[in-house]
Design a protein around this ligand. Structure first.
Ligand SMILES: Nc1ncnc2c1ncn2[C@@H]1O[C@H](COP(=O)(O)OP(=O)(O)O)[C@@H](O)[C@H]1O
Ligand SMILES: [Mg+2]
Length: 229
């Protein structure tokens, strides 16, 4: 079995809404290994985004233990969490979030600017190739299809060499065939780079393509299916 990249036990995330406590997550145990695609399924409001935000250190749990890349993140300050995210995690969102005035290459290299790093043209070219966008390097987002825009967003998430790619509803804005092509990109990345990929989806068919599909209901895991490979 590959190295464990994320390990959580008893994860809870409660929100206070007036006098009501919303138990968005109510005791989740999960392990994510290198090279593995794990999909989180479940109806709207079941806790998928809450879970993925905790596992990727964007939010802190109400209770529970969490380790990322072999390091406990319990009780870390926001600055320390930024450091953990920076070296380990790449993020992909439903709405792509590309900057319209930048080319594909500039969008992909943008995170490096925030880190004060110089882009390496060979690294960028390799990433463009890995998502099948070599011939779109100098195009602008408006010249791309939805699937191509999402592949740019995946490339942007890869630029800082993460170990874990986290994607909240990455196929949510795409039709079925395009969604499948995005899942195929994830599968190639997991196989060739050993990336762990953690994604949420409404679409059970995409979940079935993952190595593991975990279904949430009311903040608890109610089902877990392992692909027989
Ligand atoms: N910031 C918040 N404040 C209060 N309640 C929240 C907040 N975020 C999410 N929730 C609630 O937590 C539950 C789970 O939400 P979420 O994790 O977004 O589910 P999903 O991504 O599966 O749709 C829902 O009942 C939602 O309304
Ligand atoms: Mg959500």
């Amino acid at each position: 079995m590959n190295k464990i990249l994320i390990e959580a036990s008893g994860l809870k995330r409660y929100y206070q809404r007036g006098s009501e406590t919303v138990k968005a997550l109510d005791g989740v145990d999960i392990q994510i290994h290198a090279g593995e695609i794990v999909s989180i399924l479940g109806p709207s409001g079941s806790g998928k985004t809450s879970l993925i935000n905790l596992l990727s250190c964007l939010d802190a749990p109400t209770a529970g233990k969490l380790s990322v890349a072999g390091k406990s993140v319990d009780g870390l300050t926001e600055d320390q969490l930024v450091e953990v995210r920076r070296g380990t995690l790449g993020f992909v969102f439903q709405h792509f979030s590309l900057l319209p005035t930048l080319t594909v290459t500039e969008n992909i290299e943008l995170p490096l600017m925030f880190l004060g790093l110089k882009p390496n043209p060979i690294h960028t070219a390799n990433i463009l190739a890995s998502v099948g966008l070599t011939d779109r390097a100098t195009h602008f987002p408006r010249e791309l299809s939805g699937g191509q825009m999402q592949r740019v967003a995946i490339a942007r998430a890869l630029i800082s060499r993460p170990k874990i790619l986290v994607a909240d509803e990455p196929t949510g804005n795409l039709d079925k065939a395009t969604g499948e092509s995005i899942i195929a990109v994830f599968q190639r990345l997991a196989a060739s780079e050993g990336l762990a990929i953690l994604l949420t989806t409404h679409n059970a068919a995409f979940g079935a393509i993952a190595d593991r599909a975990i279904t949430l209901e009311d903040g608890r895991i109610v089902n877990e299916i392992r692909a027989s490979s």
